[in-house]
Design a protein around this ligand. Sequence first.
Ligand code: PEP
Ligand code: MG
Length: 306
Amino acid sequence: QAKAFGAQGIGLCRTEHMFFEKDRIFSFRKMILADTVEQREAALAEIEPMQQKDFEDLYEIMDGLNVNVRLLDPPLHEFLPQEEHLIAELANAIGKSVAEVKDRIHDLHEANPMMGHRGCRLAVTYPEICRMQTRAINKAAIAVSKRTGKMVEPEIMVPLVLEVKELKYVKNEICKVADELIAASGLDMHYHVGTMIEIPRAALTADEIAKEAEFFSFGTNDLTQMTFGFSRDDTGKIIKEYNKKGIFDEDPFQSIDQTGVGQLIKIAVEKGKATRPNIKLGICGEHGGEPKSIEFCHNIGLQYVS
Ligand code: PEP
Ligand code: MG
């Protein structure tokens, strides 16, 4: 569909969104609820072939156009069951009691999930998740390259980075897995690792982050959330009042706040380019669909909108 609309690539493949279907969400929830590495690896082994198949389809359909795959970034509250009958169904499927599952959900509860255990924090605490995804991406790219004779060049994107050492840690996990698979394939395949800029600290330290990132994609949904201190999920009513009272002219989640958020993006663009002059720069927040925001991105030198 995107290609029919003229898309020249995919700027943000949100991998967690591939797990909302009923037959998949159990495996995903098993992974989240696992309390040992062994349990998590067992759930990941169920997920890996599903991911690989999705990526193969994506690469094949996009037929040489760029596909940027983001590593898992699931705010846990979006994936844990809340209703009684769903908890019972899940407990049954994974062979645990309802009480055990409830306890685990309680353990995982976060007061501020959007600022909690998500993004690359998951890859740092559970590197096996990032390794599984890297395997799925590269195995799919290798299979499609061999099948079609057209070399796929995977782009792997690390979300919610706030510090270069964090990116370096995750990138090291990615590269170990990817390099080994590519060497074994006998192909001369290249891949790229980059990051999202979604946290003000990442924008302000973009010169350091660019040492490890081949591209920046501005996640302006989170960057707006973190810069304003407005929860993406809860602030709609407040913003309406602010619009009514003339405090805001627009909803900053719809049109980029050029004064504040835009300033952070400009700083990150300058600092990123100072370290890596050929850094690839784009935006993947919802703002990429809003004309004024697109014009702003164009004017400050971003190369694509997603
Ligand atoms: C963003 O934060 O702008 C983004 C694209 O990521 P997500 O909306 O999935 O958090
Ligand atoms: Mg985000």
